[in-house]
Write a protein that binds this ligand. Structure first.
Ligand SMILES: C[S@@+](CC[C@H](N)C(=O)[O-])C[C@H]1O[C@@H](n2cnc3c(N)ncnc32)[C@H](O)[C@@H]1O
Length: 385
């Protein structure tokens, strides 16, 4: 079983807010589960931001289950952070907790996060006079437990900067994203981003995929790029090589990994390809989900297939978005507008433009317009007269 399948198993097993049963723990192996959990906790804890310590800090996690206890050590020193099943030396602190409860805290719904079975034993320093010597151990442990309990969580901008995505900095997209995504943070989600970054370097880029993974602790994150980006693959992140101009390949990605809660197009930024990708992927967005296109300012630039003179050109991404605004109000329009109905008229309930960014909310858009109906009746009557 791949790490991805193992994590999917744990996400499924905790989805209902219950601890995974003994069968799941046996199937994966308690030691393996403990290791997966610790890797996630360390990834979320951002321990490198605590600075460097003169002495290595060793934290032992004893995660109890029906077969005994799975034990994992974390050591943080000059050489960075390592997670192992062998003790590097006697631990400075031992954190005990039920394995099932830790599974729930890491992968379960927010309301099931709990530390009711936790114990913490300090082996370090004089506990009656905890001073500078103990400070690193306290800081590391506090950060790990804060991450495990989902108390200490970075915002999208911090994650973008941390991993090197231009979604904050050159662009100011993260605050707009957060306006829409903050309420989703603890949901189980499927995210797809087109455009991974790093171009032809298989291990380069992946900044925004890591940003999404860090922001959504229960999400599966998929990335598509025209280059092989397999070096970016990791827990909860899967990359696929496909050119967004290739409708068949993009359809196959959607069929295999969708439906999606969030699709982000940060790929070519060529209007024609952006539109083609929308046509393929939008049907695979769940109702209530979001479809986002970044860098829509390329609509104004002919080198990106944009239009340098006509601001309303429907073949550009912004021109297309303006048409979607009319689609929002499709049943308010008059016969004299002579607009053709679009399939998206009933499927998009929100069109948001921010600087360089377009956010579409998928949802049912049906309504009534007694005034438009009357006005159209009058137009028909006048035409017949
Ligand atoms: C701006 S980078 C993406 C950055 C990344 N989303 C982030 O925020 O960290 C654009 C990526 O789109 C990819 N790309 C460009 N044209 C593409 C196409 N036609 N199909 C698929 N990917 C494409 C490039 O290879 C590049 O890796």
């Amino acid at each position: 079983m791949s790490i991805d399948e193992e994590i999917l198993r744990l996400l499924d097993a905790t989805a209902a807010g219950l601890e995974p049963g003994a069968d799941t723990l046996d199937e994966l192996g308690p030691d393996r589960v403990a290791r997966i959990l610790l890797d996630e906790i360390v990834d979320r804890a951002r321990l490198d931001t605590l600075g460097t310590f003169a002495d290595t800090v060793v934290v032992e996690f004893r995660l109890a289950c029906h077969t005994g206890a799975a034990i994992v050590f974390l050591s943080l020193g000059d050489g960075g952070c390592t997670v192992s099943t062998e003790p590097p030396r006697a631990a400075d602190v031992v954190v005990g907790q039920q394995l099932g409860e830790v599974c729930l805290a890491v992968f379960g719904p927010a309301e099931s996060v709990s530390a009711s079975t936790r114990s913490v034993y300090w082996n370090h320093g004089n506990l009656l006079e905890p001073g500078a010597a103990a400070a690193p151990v306290f800081a590391v442990t506090q950060r790990l437990l804060g991450a495990l309990d989902r108390r200490e969580r970075p915002g999208l901008a911090e994650l973008a900067v941390r991993f090197g995505s231009d979604k904050w900095g050159p662009h100011q997209f993260t605050r707009h994203y957060e306006r829409h995504l903050e309420p989703w943070r603890d949901k189980r989600l499927t995210v797809l981003e087109v455009g991974i970054g790093g171009y032809d370097d298989p291990a380069g880029g992946g900044a925004s995929l890591r940003m999404w993974r860090g922001y959504f602790p229960r999400a599966r994150v998929y990335g598509v790029d025209m280059w092989d980006k397999s070096g970016v693959d990791g827990p909860r992140i899967t990359t696929v090589r496909a050119n967004q101009a290739d409708v068949e390949a993009m359809s196959a990605v959607a069929a295999k990994y969708g439906p999606f809660d969030l699709v982000v197009d940060d790929g070519s930024h060529v209007s024609e390809l952006t539109r083609g990708t929308f046509d393929v992927l939008f049907p695979h967005v769940r109702s209530g989900g979001l479809y986002v296109v970044e860098d829509v300012q390329t609509s104004y630039w002919p080198v990106f297939g944009g239009n340098g003179t006509d601001l309303d050109d429907p073949d550009t991404t912004i021109g297309f978005g303006k048409q979607l605004v009319d689609g929002l109000n499709h049943d308010e329009l008059l016969l004299t507008h002579e607009r053709e109905a679009a399939v998206t008229d009933h499927q998009i309930e929100g069109v948001h433009f921010y600087r360089n960014l377009m956010v579409l909310e998928k949802g049912t858009n049906l309504g009534q317009s007694p005034i438009a109906d009357k006005l159209n009746e009058a137009i028909r009557a006048a035409d017949g007269a």
